[in-house]
Design a protein around this ligand. Structure first.
Ligand code: ADP
Ligand code: MG
Ligand code: MG
Length: 457
């Protein structure tokens, strides 16, 4: 089973190619790519559609972008055609979504586990330390969150060497791009519908995306649980927003990066919100569950057993774990210094662009090791996943390029719990992102990846 751009289908890897480093390579086109005339036509139509339907982002090169509404907008970077995606992976990711939602909830209730697992990280990472301080204050106050809301996104890549769907990370805060993900799915359906015969593709195979509607539903569900008609939903886009009304739900669109806390005022606001009776999305505990360090701890032998009851569920979840290591183990540090291309070094950060790869990874490890302090505890090491590559048409700033590309696939989840009652535990829509196979990082907003949709095969 392989992922591929729908039109250019990649060949299966040759027998005996497994093991060792397998760099994504250019694969043969099994189905002829659309001829140039058709590609040009599709690009033009896609650009018009994007402008007409709000598939747009702020244009960084425009001085007034982000300052004046409707000014300095540019079409979002997108793949011209969807990514073909085998149904087995889709089904697996969909099945995992409620399990991960439940796991986040269970782990969030174990305050000692969070504090202990992140204790060494806390000493060297001041941002995580501040989050943990808020969390330990809540533990001292014995603060209980009866209603808990999670809007999550579990990200995966297909590992080309093993054909396994492996989790890249689990996001619990500010799981963005749901609007754009829905938009690009509509774009692809439209393009394929308009050119069904020429492309020879069935538009119904583009999986519909419900991310926006279902996340909104979960927010509304949480608001209803709060049970106060005059209460509002507060969306944190900048710190210290106040509106003089009771707040039922606080949604953090910001607050996941140190940049969102330029002064003590933002930290006070975060603490104030955490102390309040509002339903937080995420609570401080949910936020901490989403750290790379917790991801790594959960992947250790027998740790999942503390949080999930069913052996079958534990097996399913474990199956998508890639290799993850803490840097307490000298052997793994030596392996990474020897073969940095097989690993990703990750700090406790969100939003893309923070990971360390290749020669940089080696140099960082060597210098941290020589320093001898425990700075290493700020990071985890992860097995580098090499997804199979295929030729894609990628459109940015009106220009279409043909690129050997790989994809990352995320499933959104929503979870709403009120005391013992699980109100919502669902998968809800997806995010498919495609980037040049030669790139390390992958964010759309960060400028690396292109939005894409799933063409089920
Ligand atoms: P963030 O929270 O900043 O999004 P991620 O763990 O998702 O952090 O890493 C950012 C990007 O780095 C991913 O979108 C992906 O492109 C790449 N990446 C992360 N982990 C791996 C991995 N194990 N193998 C290959 N690429 C990875
Ligand atoms: Mg993340
Ligand atoms: Mg990510």
């Amino acid at each position: 089973a392989q992922t591929a751009a729908v039109s250019p289908v990649p060949a299966k890897p040759k027998a005996g190619e497994g093991g060792g480093v397998r760099r994504p390579e250019q694969r043969q086109l099994a189905v002829p790519a659309p001829e140039k005339r058709l590609v040009d036509e599709l690009v033009e139509e896609a650009l018009v559609w994007s402008s007409q339907h709000g598939l747009v982002v702020g244009d960084k090169n425009h001085p007034r972008s982000g300052k004046a509404p409707g000014v300095g907008l540019l079409h979002a970077p997108f793949s011209l055609l969807p990514m073909s995606f085998p149904k087995v992976y889709w089904d697996q990711a969909v099945e995992l979504a409620p399990l991960f939602n439940e796991l986040v909830d269970r782990v969030s209730l174990d305050g000692d586990f969070l504090q202990e697992t992140l204790a060494r990280t806390k000493e060297v990472d001041s941002f995580t330390a501040r989050l943990l301080d808020i969390h330990s204050k809540m533990m001292k106050l014995n603060k209980k969150e009866d209603v808990r809301l999670g809007l999550t996104r579990s990200d995966y890549m297909v590992d080309g060497a093993t054909d396994l769907l492996l989790q890249v990370e689990l996001n619990t805060i500010s799981t963005s791009s749901n609007g754009l993900a829905c938009g690009v799915c509509e774009l692809h359906r439209n393009l394929i519908r308009q050119h069904e015969r020429e492309l020879g593709l069935n538009p119904e195979c583009v999986v519909g995306n419900t991310a926006i509607a279902q996340h909104a539903e979960a927010l509304a569900g949480a608001w209803a649980e709060f049970n106060n008609q005059s209460a509002v939903v507060l969306v944190v886009v900048q710190a210290e927003e106040r509106d003089g009304l009771p707040v039922a739900v606080v949604y953090f669109r910001a607050g996941y990066t140190p940049n969102d806390y330029p002064s003590e005022a933002e930290w006070r606001a975060r603490l104030l919100i955490e102390c309040s009776s509002a339903i937080k999305c995420p609570s401080i505990a949910y936020h901490l569950v989403g750290t790379k360090k917790i991801q790594q701890e959960l992947a250790k032998e027998n740790v999942l057993d503390r949080f999930l009851d069913s052996k079958a569920d534990i097996e399913k979840v474990r199956k998508c774990f890639a290799g993850l290591w803490s840097l307490e183990n000298d052997n793994i540090i030596m392996s990474a210094i020897e073969s940095p291309e097989l690993f990703v070094l990750k700090p406790q950060r969100e939003g893309g662009g923070n990971n360390i790869y290749g020669d940089n990874l080696r140099e960082t490890l060597v210098s941290l090791k020589n320093d001898g302090n425990n700075e290493l505890a700020a990071y985890i090491l992860m097995q580098r996943i090499f997804p199979p590559a295929s030729l894609c048409y990628l459109v940015r700033e009106g220009t279409c390029i043909r690129e050997n590309a790989v994809s990352e696939f995320g499933i959104f989840g929503s979870y709403l719990r009120s005391k013992d009652k699980v109100v919502i535990n669902d998968q809800c829509g997806y995010l498919m992102r495609t980037k040049a196979a030669s790139l390390n990082e992958g964010g759309v907003v960060a400028g690396y990846a292109f939005l894409n949709s799933v063409f089920l095969t």
